[in-house]
Design a protein around this ligand. Structure first.
Ligand code: SAM
Length: 178
């Protein structure tokens, strides 16, 4: 019986396509690609008090500038989640150029489907509706003390920010998971 189970498992594993489990987007990204200006990236990481002890997740990471800056300036670990394969490639090129090795990694996937429980800081530049849709995921997956910083959009009346700052005309917002 044990042998039969083992061979069944082996057949299942060997028979699986080489790219099994690989992400295949089934829709266009939920928000368009618009990069956060570097001055606002710096201000977001300052607002979250990022240190080398942090793991910074950028949800919809574009060219990777937020996790790369978090690693470069603060020695944090960075993770970017992005569903546009060209942007993943660009982010990995930028990472290579920054020479940060394995302090940052980019995940090709859907931010709604990806586990973010490893984050101590989450950064966002999405859309108001998406921020609001993410609230249950944040409350379910993030640990107490995790900071969330958003560029441009807050989370509506459901979850008012603790702080908001105007950075040269760009708004940034902070929340902390209780
Ligand atoms: C406004 S850009 C922000 C890029 C970067 N975070 C920054 O601030 O410079 C939003 C990014 O989210 C990505 N995106 C949108 N919906 C997504 C989803 N469901 N999963 C992963 N990435 C997504 C887009 O491809 C785009 O690169």
């Amino acid at each position: 019986m044990r042998l039969r189970l083992a061979s069944l498992l082996a057949i299942m594993l060997l028979g699986a396509p080489a790219n099994a489990g690989q992400f295949r987007p089934n829709r266009v990204p939920d928000a368009p690609y618009v990069p956060t200006p570097q001055s606002a990236v710096d201000a977001m990481l300052e607002l979250a008090h990022v240190t080398s002890a942090d793991i910074v997740y950028d949800l919809g990471s574009g060219d990777g500038r937020i996790p790369i800056t978090a690693a470069k300036r603060y020695g944090a670990f960075g993770v970017g989640i992005e569903m546009d394969s060209l942007l993943i490639r660009r982010a990995n090129d930028n990472l290579k150029q920054a020479g940060l090795g394995d302090r940052v990694r980019f995940v090709y996937g859907d931010l709604f489907e990806t586990d973010i429980s490893g984050a101590t800081v989450v950064t966002l530049f999405l859309l108001p509706r998406l921020n609001q849709q993410l609230i249950p995921k944040f409350k379910r997956e993030l640990r107490p003390g995790t900071r969330i910083v958003s560029h441009k959009f807050d989370m509506g009346d459901e979850w008012p920010p603790e702080q908001s700052h105007d950075v040269d005309g760009l708004m940034i917002y902070l929340w902390t998971i209780e």
